[in-house]
Design a protein around this ligand. Structure first.
Ligand code: ADP
Length: 197
């Protein structure tokens, strides 16, 4: 049988830290049976933030731009009011990337590696949709925020959606290596692992 054990990176961003809900969020990953194998509370440098939000990753930049364009269209809002004459997906994505770098370096973050079967998908499911306004009740973003791109972009700031979680297995492998050295990642067994064998 192929192993479905994965590791994924979770960052509790400065908005989650300042709201004092780190414990609430961590407990949701624990109760589903995921295992924290690394964690650190830290101030992020501009250099690390630039690597985490790479300007050169076209699909990431344009993905954010396209989600924003769709959200504005859904709400019947005019992109040019918030973004001037640069309303293509790439330009919008680059605006947002700059806000993200500013936000993630604005205060301490709690960054963790969670491990378990299907860890990447499980964490994303618990996290909920990128836009808290659209994330379902019961998800972390849906339960703790109502932010939207309209509110965020009006304020020229990123969406306060509390956390980052790796988007897919390939991204998770890259991000775990970016934030942690191999000797910071621990090995132990949780009781659920025995029960699920
Ligand atoms: P996710 O964090 O769910 O993987 P993305 O990779 O699309 O989502 O976006 C990265 C981060 O950029 C989001 O978590 C959010 O904080 C911010 N963001 C995305 N879209 C917007 C937007 N339209 N306006 C402001 N911030 C945004």
């Amino acid at each position: 049988m192929q192993s479905s054990t994965e590791q994924t990176l979770v960052i509790l961003k400065p908005d989650a830290v300042s709201r004092g809900i780190m414990g609430e969020i961590v407990s949701r990953f624990e109760r589903v049976g995921l295992k924290m194998v690394a964690g650190k509370f830290m101030q992020v440098s501009r250099e690390l933030a630039d690597k985490h939000y790479p300007a050169s990753r076209k699909e990431f930049i344009e993905g954010m731009g396209n989600k924003t364009r769709e959200n504005y269209a859904d709400l019947g809002l005019d992109l040019s009011i918030d973004f001037g004459d640069k309303t293509d997906a790439h330009s919008i994505g680059m605006f947002i990337r700059e806000w993200l770098v500013e936000m993630i370096t604005s205060g301490p973050v709690f960054v963790m590696v969670w491990e378990g079967p299907h860890a990447v998908e499980l964490v994303r499911k618990l996290c909920g949709h990128t836009l808290p306004l659209k994330s379902a009740p019961g998800t972390i973003r849906g339960d703790y925020s109502y932010d939207s791109s309209a509110l965020a972009n009006f304020g020229k700031r990123p969406i306060k959606n509390l956390m980052h979680a790796s988007g897919n297995v390939e991204e998770a492998v890259f991000e775990v290596k970016l934030w942690f050295s191999a000797d910071e990642i621990t090995t132990y067994t949780r009781v659920q692992e025995v029960a699920m064998k």
